[in-house]
Design a protein around this ligand. Structure first.
Ligand SMILES: *Cc1c(COP(=O)(O)O)cnc(C)c1O
Length: 495
């Protein structure tokens, strides 16, 4: 951050060419120029009055430097009637009833009809047909017999695990992959019956749940394998599992060169049922392919050793999204795409290789519109300064909703098919953006209204903001950005 001669702070911006309306004032202003802008402003206000613009009485009375705010013939995006307050009496058990002692009696079933997006004006929209499109598009690149495991861990990467798993199964997925016992239980409780795998070994204490909910663990330790088998055996059932092989990522799994030893150690147990064998690539999304190929050959060596020793590996699988899209030769019997299912490309090498549609967008409605006088600041720290020709619009979405504070002043919001710079620090629950209200040729005058819908993430016509842009600015990967929005307190709307 850089101090400018006039004492204003230059807000850090990463995106080249990014200019908010307030940049003008911050860029040039010496004291003399500051004075001139003020005079210009007063002149502009006088001219506006002559032209028939109305100056709010408050402003006229206080003499504050507010810009003209309303003109009847200006087209507006009207506020839908829905976004006005409802008659409270329609939520009473008997309208108008209630005694002195009891007070008014509310009908809580009726109150429930005030949906989450009417309680707070920000939400995450999930387009399930995009997910369906993505799964079918990915499946189109596979051999017909290759199975598809829909990875719906972390609540479906923030898209809602139950809805995504159902959509995936309806779109031809065969298997469901999750990260935790709880995630598996949620899906089973929602009535999802497809084969389900926890992608790493859960704790020993979860074994009764695995058997009770018919969920397969990944197995990588002797202790777990034996305890799991004993538990299953004690109730006369099988202990189905997938063997996880560590071929170089060094996270979890049996090391590739000791797989046969491992299986020989546990194979005395009759209940154990090896349903599948898999590994996970550390660099499927990397430009360099050497480490990927090393993992692949280690995996194939381990499979060959298993077969040579009489162990049938069952369903063989390895490919995450990047590997599924980039490397046809690691499809094996099943692929495990997560990210691509939700419509995002894991790395530049995959761009355009399949027709993926992003399923998530984030929207909000304007809760307040402020005409801010020239030179005044916005949000904590007042780091953004207004030029007097802009309205500052507040939306109820902040870093507690997954809108990372490090994006402050670096992103655009979309309204009516046009982009507007987000300005000032993003707060916990709210943030602001700026609408330049000067009439420009071809654009006309923009009059933002309370209740107008704003796209925080998504697209409208030619205007778009993407998870990839945000991830780049934050120095992270798209996974983290979508999970921050999707697993925040914002409600999800399925469209
Ligand atoms: C998360 C995960 C996947 C899916 O990875 P994407 O990069 O999202 O496609 C596949 N396999 C395992 C073991 C995982 O943990």
């Amino acid at each position: 951050m850089e101090d400018l001669p006039n004492g204003f702070l230059n807000y850090p911006k990463k995106r080249p060419g990014f200019e908010s309306a307030g940049d003008e004032i911050r860029r040039h202003m010496s004291d003399a120029e500051f004075g001139k802008v003020q005079t210009d402003y007063v002149e502009a206000q006088k001219k506006a009055l002559r032209d028939g613009w109305r100056v709010p009485e408050d402003d006229a009375a206080s003499g504050e430097l507010h810009l003209f705010s309303e003109r009847r013939d200006v087209p507006r995006w009207g506020v839908d009637r829905k976004y006005r307050a409802q008659d409270v009496r329609s939520y009473m058990r008997i309208p108008g009833a209630g005694s002195e002692e009891s007070g008014p009696v509310f009908d809580f079933a009726e109150l429930d009809h005030i949906g989450e997006t009417d309680r707070r004006w920000s939400w995450v929209e999930i387009n399930l047909s995009a997910i369906q499109n993505n799964i079918m598009a990915i499946k189109g690149t596979l051999r017909p017999e290759t199975m598809f495991m829909a990875v719906v861990k972390a609540d479906g990467y923030g898209h809602g695990a139950v809805a995504c798993a159902k959509t995936a199964l309806n779109s031809g997925a065969d298997y469901i992959g999750v990260a935790t016992m709880d995630e598996a239980m949620e899906l089973r409780q929602a009535g999802i019956e497809a084969p389900m795998l926890i992608l790493s070994e859960p704790p020993l204490t979860s074994i009764p749940l695995l058997l009770g909910y018919n969920v397969m663990p990944s197995v990588a330790t002797v202790e777990f394998a034996v305890k799991y088998a004993e538990a299953a055996d004690s109730i006369g059932s099988k202990a189905p599992y997938h063997l996880k092989i560590n071929t170089g990522m060094n996270r979890v799994g049996v090391r590739y060169d000791s797989v046969v030893d491992f299986l020989q150690t546990i194979s005395f147990h009759r209940a154990l049922d090896l349903v599948g064998t898999f590994t996970h690539f550390a660099t499927a999304d990397a430009q360099d392919t050497m480490d990927f190929n090393l993992q692949k050959s280690r995996f194939e060596d381990a499979l060959a050793a298993m077969r040579a020793s009489g162990f049938d590996p069952g369903i063989v699988h390895a490919a995450n999204s990047a590997a599924t899209i980039r490397y046809k030769d690691v499809q094996y019997d099943m692929v495990r795409p997560g990210l691509a299912m939700y419509g995002y490309f894991p790395c530049p090498e995959t761009y355009g290789a399949v027709n993926l549609l992003p399923a998530m967008s984030v929207k909000a409605r304007i809760t307040q519109v402020n005409q801010v006088p020239v030179g005044e600041g916005v949000s904590y720290g007042l780091l953004h300064r207004c030029n007097g020709f802009a309205k500052i619009c507040t939306v109820p979405i902040g870093y507690a909703d997954g809108l990372n504070r490090a994006l402050s002043g670096r992103i655009d919001f979309i309204m009516g098919g046009r982009t507007y710079p987000q300005v000032g620090n993003i707060c916990m629950d709210q943030c602001m953006f700026e609408v330049d209200i000067r009439t420009r040729s071809g654009i006309g005058r923009i009059e933002p209204q309370v209740g107008d819908e704003v796209i925080v993430l998504g697209e409208d016509g030619d205007a778009f903001t993407t998870i990839d842009q945000m991830a780049d600015m934050l120095g992270t990967i798209p996974y983290e950005v979508m999970i921050a929005f999707g697993n925040s307190r914002m409600p999800k709307l399925y469209v």
